[in-house]
Ligand binder design. Structure first.
Ligand code: PLP
Length: 862
């Protein structure tokens, strides 16, 4: 129990305003006004970042019922304190530091052991595996997914329940000097694992050594007892020795003075056998790991070292190792049948995982019903009744209207206790248990419909996919329920070619560009052409969540589709047809106006007697020579604005650069920018007020920081392609195009391949793989005859002969393990778009936007 009244002493600050309830208890830590969930007991921290200011959301939070706040000293509160009667406020120098202090104080109430995990790679896997391996002995609280940041760690540690858990396992990730000491103060580990020391790029650190020493800061303090690490990582070994950290280490090389020696005997596909010698415990035993790839073996050895140190019986260790399974950490979003939309999440189905998946559901703006298909929730330590009451409490905030429960336990709990979910306006859900007879279909209140099935097979046997029409469906099941069968039954396209769009990479790229902007500069994001082929709705929805200021599309239809999918951000339409103004007004879409004819059309469409038209964006042509008013048009434009100012709501004035990406033309670019400044000044003088001005695309944002004006227009950079030629390492690739091998043929010498026999004969035998992708999927025909490459089992396979409409052929003679059904990557990690585009004389923009709508889009996020 943590009382709000404890904060002044903890944070050394007096109350700014006392809450109505002096004994108010803090039950949840809240950072995001979109994730309030249960407002009672929520303590909101108003964090501030380069593009984010939590104080802006105070009125919204207050309206949702939140009453406890930590704000920044001196920060203006919207409406003043008087706008929040009954709410408790503490003002501190840093709300982030306060969040960490609250979590640290909570951690200190837990007397059990806590593992801290850090390293460059493998943190999340090691955390998940260690949890799997120790869960027979312990009741474990661990960080959900990869919550390892300055805010993720305090939120994770807050979940530790001193009267229930027996072990905590938390991961810590850092990107700058000084961060680890703060995470260490929150986690207060008693044991630790250092996974690997990678060579991942070291921005934020002067050297690899500095980064290593920073990471080791996690393992400090009198409570810290034992660091598990690999002896073969020399820098780690030396640093541990020089700091005299208490440690336990393992080596893979014979004759080293390490605590454990692992001798890897044999590695076949999918398993590795080894011998472990732990001299200290007089133990020698053989184990088999259910993995053969190097990173998995390394991660598993860290866990094995911990189990041996705990002196578990080797036979028991082997039983647990055999059950280790790969960790799926991704949420996939895909189109379903009957206009439904699937969120497929196979991450562990416990309460923390469910809460995260429900957050993703809450973020969807698509209209329609929201269904949760949920298996038994695997959470040790809670009774069924309490567990499903907690599950029920998570549902209202995500807007779930239908719950399909699959499994013996969930069926029993939902049925026997005949849950009545009371969801009053405050959002405080309670599950009241009534004694009622079994009822497979309970309409417990007007908001939630519940169906239960004992098994996945029972559900599939009765499944009518049309009963899941026009709705968003979250599918969340523990592994053994095999929910991939449900996904397959509800999914729209089954064609094996996929464009996978990584939404985390998209967010990463967005933040990268945001960091280039001065505070207050707005960000418009181009989602034209189906968001550069990635998928307009999903990208727009993410941008709305990430609080972009504006979206832009090329044509009215694109804007209408976004509105119909529930997107509410302002949207600029760059090329509206003259007859579309009514549609634009109806859908709140804002036209770009680039000629006198359009201005006249706009004024005619919205006469003074009718309701006013939508805001407009004036396009000025300063050298692109495509669309826009020329400088010579300015006097006439100024005169017209003078007459019609009241009827022309000008949202912005803009221009577009012809060669923002090319320093050979920088002089020309400067003349464009100078012309824009002159013209915008004249227009503002005519209007009598300032207007929003913008000129730069992705390349321009990086190359001309002095010309950001009030807003910038981000395009290709968001999608992971560096158009400025100076920043590619900072961006993450967003899209992967991949397909499967349909068949492999062994061709004797002298045989040709494909149409026109253009795949010339060879003098030796070849293995040729036919891929299920062709130019109708957007795989450019110019990739024929060796110009294109596919990546199969990590090796390059050149295209042989012509690309056909639905297929193409590649040479896999040198890739012995290639088989029908294997995946072939056509662009993405390892096959950069810009390089492929160069091979056929085009640009990345064209490759991205060409991927046809026939190709299934799958959106993933961690
Ligand atoms: C497409 C477009 C952009 C974005 O360009 P990128 O090179 O993709 O960043 C910006 N402004 C206008 C007017 C555009 O048409």
């Amino acid at each position: 129990m943590f009382l709000f009244s404890a904060l002044p002493a903890l944070l050394a600050r007096p109350l700014l305003q006392a809450p109505a309830d002096p004994a108010a208890e803090v039950r949840h830590l809240l950072l995001d006004s979109r994730r309030v969930g249960l407002p009672a007991g929520a303590l909101f921290f108003a964090l501030r970042g380069p593009s984010h200011n939590g104080h802006r959301y105070l009125p919204d939070l207050y309206a949702q019922g939140v009453r406890l706040f930590v704000v920044e000293e001196g920060a203006p509160l919207p409406g003043g304190l008087a706008a929040y009667p009954q709410a408790g406020f503490v003002a501190v120098a840093s709300p982030l530091a306060a969040l960490q202090a609250v979590a640290a104080a909570h951690r200190a109430t837990f007397a059990g052991p806590v593992f801290g995990i850090t390293g460059s790679n493998g943190k999340t896997i090691v955390k998940e595996w260690l949890t799997q391996l120790l869960s027979p002995d312990e009741d474990i609280c661990r960080s959900p997914r990869s919550y390892n940041s300055q805010v993720g760690v305090p939120l994770s540690v807050w979940e530790l329940l001193p009267d229930r858990h027996t072990l905590g396992i938390f991961e810590a990730g850092i990107s700058e000097v000084g961060e680890m000491a703060r995470l260490a103060a929150v986690i207060q580990p008693t044991a630790g694992i250092f996974t690997t020391l990678g060579t991942a790029h070291d921005a934020g650190f002067a050297s690899g050594q500095e980064k290593l020493l920073e990471k080791l800061q996690l393992f400090q303090g009198p409570q810290f007892k034992c660091l598990f690490y690999c002896y073969d990582q020399a820098p780690v070994r030396h640093a541990v020795a020089s700091q005299q950290l208490p440690g336990f280490n393992w080596t893979r090389h014979p004759g080293q003075p390490a605590d454990i020696y692992f001798a890897l005997d044999q590695s076949t596909s999918g398993s590795t056998s080894l011998h472990a010698r732990y001299a200290g415990a007089g133990l020698e035993a053989a184990f088999t790991l259910p993995f053969s790839d190097e990173p998995s073996v390394e991660n598993a050895l860290h866990c094995l070292a911990v189990l041996l140190h705990r002196q578990l019986e080797p036979a028991e260790i082997q039983r647990r190792l055999a059950r280790l399974h790969p960790v799926a950490m991704r949420l996939e979003m895909k189109l379903g049948r009957h206009d439904s939309y699937l969120l497929d999440d196979t991450y562990n189905n416990d309460l923390a995982g469910l809460a995260l998946a429900l957050n993703a559901l809450a973020r969807q703006s698509r209209p329609g019903r929201r269904t949760l298909i949920l298996s038994d929730v695997l959470e040790s330590g809670l009774s069924g009744t309490e567990l499903y009451a907690r599950v029920a409490a998570l549902l209202p905030a995500a807007g779930v209207t239908r719950l399909v429960g699959i499994g013996e336990e969930i069926s029993r709990e939902l049925r026997i206790s005949n849950y009545e979910l009371k969801i009053p306006a405050t959002g405080e859900a309670t599950a009241a248990s009534k004694t009622g007879e079994a009822n497979p279909l309970l309409i417990t209140n007007s908001q939630l419909l519940i169906n239960t099935y004992p098994t996945t097979e029972a559900f599939l046997a009765q499944l009518d996919p049309s009963a899941f029409a026009r709705e968003v469906i979250l599918i969340k099941g523990a592994r053994r329920f095999g929910f991939e069968r449900i996904v397959a039954a509800l999914q729209a396209q089954q064609h094996g070619t996929v464009l996978e769009v990584n939404l985390d990479a998209l967010s990463h790229n967005l933040q990268h560009y945001r960091r280039q902007l001065k505070p207050g500069t707005k960000l418009m994001v181009m989602v034209k052409a189906f968001a550069y082929g990635a998928g307009s709705y999903e990208v727009a929805s993410l941008l709305e969540f990430q609080r972009a200021d504006y979206l832009a599309v090329a044509y009215p239809d694109e804007g209408v589709a976004l509105r119909e999918a529930g997107i509410s951000l302002p949207i600029m339409v760059m090329n509206p047809a003259p007859d579309s103004f009514g549609t634009l007004q109806h859908y709140r879409l804002e036209p770009e106006i680039y000629s006198f004819e359009m201005l006249a059309g706009y004024l005619a469409a919205f006469p003074p007697t009718a309701s006013p038209g939508p805001p407009i964006h004036l396009k000025l042509d300063t050298g692109m020579r495509r669309l826009g008013f020329d400088e010579a048009d300015l006097p006439a434009l100024v005169a017209l604005l003078g007459q019609q100012a009241a009827r022309l709501p000008i949202a912005s004035v803009m221009t577009h650069l012809a060669a923002a990406d090319d320093d050979a033309h920088d002089d020309f670019t400067q003349t464009q920018l100078a012309a824009f400044r002159r013209m915008a000044t004249a227009l503002e003088a005519a209007l009598g007020h300032a207007v929003l001005k913008h000129a730069l695309n992705s390349a321009g944002i990086l190359r001309f920081p002095e010309a950001h004006f009030d807003m910038v227009r981000l395009g290709i950079g968001l999608y992971g392609v560096d158009a400025s030629g100076r920043d590619s390492a900072a961006l993450r690739p967003v899209s992967q195009l991949r397909t499967t091998i349909s068949q492999i043929k062994t061709l004797p010498a002298g045989h040709t391949v494909g149409y026109g026999r253009r795949g010339a004969a060879s003098t030796s035998e070849r293995r040729i793989a036919t891929l299920a992708i062709g130019y109708a999927d957007g795989y450019d025909r110019r990739f024929g005859n060796g110009a294109g490459l596919a990546l199969i089992h990590g090796q390059l396979a050149p295209v042989v002969g012509s690309v056909c409409m639905d297929m193409c052929m590649v040479d896999v003679t040198h890739i012995a393990q290639a088989r029908a059904g294997d995946v072939a990557l056509l662009f993405g990690e390892g096959l950069p778009l810009s390089e492929l585009a160069g091979r056929i004389g085009t640009i990345a923009y064209e490759l991205l936007t060409n991927v046809s709508e026939r190709v299934k889009r799958v959106f993933v996020s961690e």
